[in-house]
Write a protein that binds this ligand. Structure first.
Ligand code: GLN
Length: 489
């Protein structure tokens, strides 16, 4: 890897701001890295080389701007976020040739901050999956070991950051899709509080759960990206109008963890947790204790219902959200249909992949008149209990911690024949989305059995991203950094 592309976003930003490197040079370095590695990684659905270079040149012409905190920094964005100069496919055939005429708010805010968007990253189709194998445009491979998945659904974002193809990325997290791929690829991944970041221009999967957030190589990097995208947006009625703290200052503010009460839910150390993940996470927690944190046992008794209620709610919302893809308004329209219904059916049958169809069918079923009370209403009630668990736990602790995933990245195709197995892998990330709370996954070590990255998750109360970043910054400074990924050498 060229030395430049191993730097953190913060390091690069400082070099750009001081003029020791130009925006064009930084962008070209990423494009060169993409050219050298993309055939093995497959992180992107499209790369906007020309547009990125043009944008970088325009930035260079005006010179570094102190009011643009991401001036000249090349980043990638998940292909679920609307971009006006690039296709937005959601890794689905149904949107294969769709280019929106507007930018998602998060994307527009990145551009306003001076970031150079170099490409759109691969994902599970419509963000449905945990491995990035449900993409209509091919799989993404893990830069640590290209025989393994990068996690999902924001697998392309995580892989692009880990492979040095860009300096940070935006993903989305409906049930873990930022935190789990970040943990599988040795990145930092932050899922903000529901409402912290505008979802305007983010193609909806499950609207009451979706949230956009950063994937980066360091905690201060995540703080920088979050600062750029957070805050109220009148175009998203669920975005919350509350002040945005100084996340970058937060990420650097703590030298240790004195006075931090770390909640340890026994439900997050359950059967099925791989010994190497348990060992890696416990070692990091021990380090947190050495840095002054106090461990407090907490209970999250409804965790065991998280997966069941999540998949009912997410599929129900998806079945409704995806009704808009009908061959009339966006993307693909089937040819040769003899009437309107036939055209809808053929467009959707040809355009959607198997997992998306499965979820539309199950979602329609749980919302149907005879079953609504038994499934959807019950799941919504359970969701309340899951949220209450967290609220009760945060009476006793400041931050909850546990593994981001029960296992490290598994092999390609290992779980594709068994969707239920894949769903069960989300056990530690999903409840947080049901509760609408923020969480961050941190690369705390490599598993002793697989040699793959292990992610520790820190979870916080609503709008406590600054608290999570402060604790994460201190913990990561107290741990050995991971080596460079070996899978691309
Ligand atoms: N794996 C979960 C799902 O398939 C979460 C996906 C996500 O967060 N977008 O629904």
């Amino acid at each position: 890897m060229s030395e430049l592309t191993t730097k953190t976003l913060t390091e690069l930003r400082d070099m750009l701001a001081s003029g020791s490197i130009s925006a064009t040079e930084a962008t070209q370095a990423c494009l060169d890295r993409i050219a050298a590695t993309e055939d093995r990684v497959g992180a992107f659905t499209s790369v906007q080389a020309e547009a990125a270079l043009d944008y970088a040149k325009a930035l260079d012409a005006e010179g570094p701007q102190t009011d643009k905190p991401l001036w000249g920094v090349p980043v990638s964005v998940k292909d679920i976020l609307a971009t006006k100069d690039a296709p937005t496919t959601c890794a689905s055939k149904i949107l294969e040739n769709f280019t929106p005429f507007y930018d998602a708010t998060a994307v527009a805010r990145l551009r306003d901050a001076g970031a150079v968007i170099i490409g759109k990253t691969n994902m599970d189709e419509f963000a449905m999956g945990s491995s990035t194998e449900n993409s209509a445009f091919g799989v993404t491979r893990n830069p640590w070991d290209t025989t393994r998945i990068p996690g999902g659904s924001s697998g392309g974002s995580a892989a692009s950051v880990a492979a040095g193809q860009c300096f940070g990325s935006l993903g989305t997290d409906t049930g873990g899709s930022i935190r789990q791929p970040a943990s599988f690829c040795g990145c930092v991944g932050l899922k903000p509080t529901y409402g912290r970041v505008s979802r305007y221009g983010c193609v909806a999967y499950a609207s009451s759960l979706d949230q956009i957030g950063p994937l980066t190589r360091s905690v201060p990097d995540a703080a920088l990206l979050l600062s750029a995208i957070a805050g109220y947006d009148e175009r998203d009625s669920t975005s919350v109008d509350c002040p945005v703290p100084d996340y970058v200052a937060a990420a650097n503010e703590r030298q240790d963890l004195t006075g931090v009460r770390l909640g340890m839910p026994k439900e997050y150390w359950a059967n099925g947790l791989a010994p190497e993940v348990e060992k890696g996470c416990r070692a990091a927690i021990k380090r947190a204790e050495e840095l002054g944190a106090e461990l407090v046992p907490v209970d999250l008794p409804h965790t065991k219902y998280g997966i069941a209620s999540y998949y009912i709610i997410a599929m129900a919302e998806a079945s409704s959200n995806l009704a808009r893809f009908d061959g009339v308004r966006y993307g693909k329209r089937a040819q040769g249909a003899h009437d309107l219904i036939d055209m809808y059916t053929a467009s959707r049958s040809e355009g959607f992949g198997d997992e998306v169809k499965r979820r539309i069918m199950l979602g329609t079923y749980v919302l149907s008149a005879g079953y609504y009370d038994a499934y959807y209403r019950k799941a919504a009630q359970v969701r309340r209990l899951v949220r209450q668990d967290y609220l009760d736990a945060f009476e006793k602790c400041d931050i909850i911690c546990g593994p981001a995933s029960p296992v490290t990245a598994w092999g390609l195709e290992e779980k594709t024949d068994d969707p239920l197995q894949m769903y069960l892998m989300d056990v530690y990330t999903i409840s947080l989305n049901l509760a609408g709370l923020p969480g961050i996954s941190l690369p705390v070590g490599l598993g002793e059995d697989t040699g793959m990255p292990v992610g520790l998750q820190l979870l916080g109360p609503a709008f406590a991203e600054d608290r999570l970043l402060a604790a994460s910054g201190a913990l990561m400074r107290g741990l050995d950094p991971l080596p460079a990924p070996k899978g691309l050498e």
